[in-house]
Design a protein around this ligand. Structure first.
Ligand code: ZN
Ligand code: MN
Length: 450
C-alpha cells in the first residue's frame, strides 16, 4: 500500500519512480545464565578460551537430549508483548536443516509453524511496521578463518553454539532508509530496556538483515534481495540506499533484479553478491521430536506481564506528565541509564517548569550522573538558583575590583585578545564562589571595557 507520505512530492524519474519495500530480520542473543537447550554457561564474549562452555547437547553429539530454557522462553514472550504481538498458547520447536560446519547436528532448532509470538506492530514516525513473528532458536558455533604454520585453516568455537537467539521478522512495511533506522533503533532500545540482551552490534549479539525490493505500482514485487552482514544502523541505511540505486538502474533497463543474497561490504561501501536463487536453500523444516510442545498458560502470561519493566514509551509518557516537553521527553527515553536517572530525579518534582529544566540539563549532559544522586538533583538546582547572583548592582563592585587588579589582561582584551575576557569572567566567578550568573558577568565586563 502506498501511503500519502510516500506519494506526495514523488518525482517520476530514476529511483523515485519506485516505491522501496523493506522487510527487516533481526537476531538478538538473549542474556540468560545458561544456553538454550543445555546447562552450559551462556557467556561467549566473556570466555577466556574457545570451547570451554560445551557439552554433548551444544556440541551436537548423537543421542544428546535438548531441554528448553524457561528463562529464554519468558524473555522471548517479553519481547513479543513489547512489540504488541499475540502469544501462541501452544508453541513448538522445529528442525531447520542445512549443512554448515558451524552447526554439527546438520540442523538448527528453531520455530516455524508455531512461533512463540506473532502478529504485532511498532509505530514509527513514518507509519506502522507490522511484526510477522518473534521466535526462539539456538545460535550456531563461531567459525574463525585463519592461517596456522602457513596453512589456511578454519577453527570452530562452540562457546556460542546453543546460545538462545531470538529472531524478529517484520512485514515488508518499511519504505525508506530513514524509517529503517528509526525502527531498528526502537527494537534495540526495547530489547535493552527489557534487560533481555545487550543488543551490541559490534560484538554480534544483535544482527541485522534487510530484504529490499522496488515496486512500480505499490504491490509486492516478485523478487527480493536479502542483504546480510550489516553491523550498524548507519550501514543498514547505506546498504538500502545502495540497493535502491542498483535495483532502479536494472528496472529502468527493463531487467528484474536477481533474487539473491548479498553482503554489505564496508570497504567498497556497497553490497556484493553472495548466493543467487539457483543455489538457494530449501530448509526442509520438520517438528523437533525431542522437545514436547510448549503450553503457554494464562498464569505464565499474567506473571510475565506483571514483571515487564518500563519501556521507552512509558518513560516518555511519565516525563510528559511531569511537564517535560514532548521532544525532550522522547530523546531522554532513548537510553536506559539516563531515563532511569531522569525518572528518579523528577519523582519529587511538582513544578512543571522545573521538571522541564532538569530534563533538559540531564539530556544535554550538564549533570554528572556518576556524582550527583538523582534524588538530590532537584534540591541542588533549586539551591543554586536561589543563591545565584543575577542582580547587576551586586556584581558591579566585584567587576570594578577585578578590572583594577588586572591591568595587563584588560589591555590585552582591549587590544583585541578576545580570550582575555574569559580570564576576567573566571576571576569574578571565583570571587563570588561560582554563584554569579556567568552570562551576566560576561555582559557587564564587556560594557565596562568597551
Ligand atoms: Zn552445552
Ligand atoms: Mn534465524
Amino acid at each position: 500500500m502506498l501511503t500519502n507520505k510516500t506519494l506526495i512530492g514523488r518525482k517520476m524519474s530514476g529511483q523515485n519512480k519506485y516505491q522501496t519495500i523493506i522487510g527487516a530480520e533481526i537476531h538478538v542473543e538473549l542474556r540468560t545464565q545458561s544456553k538454550m537447550f543445555c546447562g552450559c554457561k551462556n557467556d561467549p564474549f566473556g570466555a577466556e578460551k574457545p570451547n570451554i562452555y560445551t557439552c554433548p547437547v551444544c556440541l551436537g553429539l548423537p543421542g544428546a537430549l535438548p531441554v528448553p530454557n524457561d528463562k529464554a522462553i519468558d524473555y522471548t514472550i517479553m519481547i513479543g508483548l513489547a512489540l504488541n504481538c499475540k502469544i501462541n498458547d501452544v508453541s513448538a520447536f522445529d528442525r531447520k536443516h542445512y549443512f554448515y560446519p558451524d552447526l554439527p547436528k546438520g540442523y538448527q532448532i528453531s520455530q516455524q509453524a508455531k512461533p512463540l509470538c506473532y502478529d504485532g506492530y511498532v509505530e514509527t514516525s513514518y507509519g506502522k511496521v507490522r511484526i510477522n513473528r518473534v521466535h526462539l532458536e539456538e545460535d550456531t558455533a563461531k567459525l574463525q578463518h585463519t592461517t596456522i604454520e602457513g596453512e589456511k585453516v578454519s577453527l570452530i568455537d562452540f562457546n556460542r553454539s546453543g546460545v538462545p537467539l531470538v529472531e524478529i521478522v517484520t512485514e515488508p512495511d518499511i519504505h525508506s532508509p530513514e524509517q529503517a533506522k528509526e525502527f531498528l533503533r526502537q527494537i534495540r532500545n526495547i530489547v535493552r530496556f527489557l534487560g533481555v540482551s545487550d543488543a551490541d552490534m559490534e560484538k554480534g549479539s544483535m544482527r541485522l538483515e534487510a530484504n529490499v525490493s522496488l515496486s512500480v505500482d505499490g504491490s509486492l514485487p516478485n523478487y527480493k534481495v536479502e542483504v546480510k552482514n550489516i553491523n550498524s544502523f548507519r550501514f543498514y541505511a547505506e546498504a538500502v540506499k545502495f540497493e535502491q540505486k542498483r535495483q532502479a538502474e536494472l528496472l529502468d533497463q527493463g531487467t528484474t533484479p536477481k533474487q539473491e543474497t548479498r553482503g554489505w561490504d564496508e570497504t567498497s561501501w556497497s553490497t556484493v553478491s553472495q548466493r543467487s536463487k539457483e543455489d538457494a536453500q530449501e530448509y526442509g523444516y520438520f517438528p523437533e521430536p525431542d522437545i514436547p510442545e510448549l503450553d503457554i498458560t494464562q498464569e505464565r502470561l499474567t506473571r510475565i506481564k506483571q514483571q515487564m519493566p518500563w519501556l521507552p514509551q512509558d518513560y516518555s509518557q511519565y516525563f510528559i506528565d511531569k511537564g517535560v516537553s514532548s521532544a525532550i521527553a522522547q530523546e531522554l527515553s532513548q537510553d536506559l541509564t539516563r531515563a532511569q536517572y531522569a525518572k528518579n530525579a523528577l519523582e519529587s518534582v511538582k513544578d512543571k517548569s522545573l521538571a522541564d529544566k532538569l530534563a533538559k540539563m540531564i539530556l544535554n549532559k550538564k549533570v554528572d550522573m556518576a556524582k550527583v544522586k538523582a534524588e538530590d538533583l532537584a534540591v541542588l538546582i533549586k539551591k543554586q538558583e536561589a543563591n545565584k547572583i543575577s542582580d547587576p548592582s551586586k556584581l558591579e563592585p566585584i567587576i570594578s575590583q577585578v578590572i583594577q587588579a588586572n591591568p595587563k589582561v584588560v589591555t590585552d582584551y582591549q587590544s583585541g585578545k578576545e580570550n582575555a575576557l574569559g580570564f576576567l569572567v573566571g576571576q569574578v566567578m571565583k570571587q563570588t564562589r561560582g554563584q554569579a550568573d556567568p552570562a551576566l558577568v560576561n555582559q557587564l565586563l564587556r560594557q565596562h571595557l568597551s
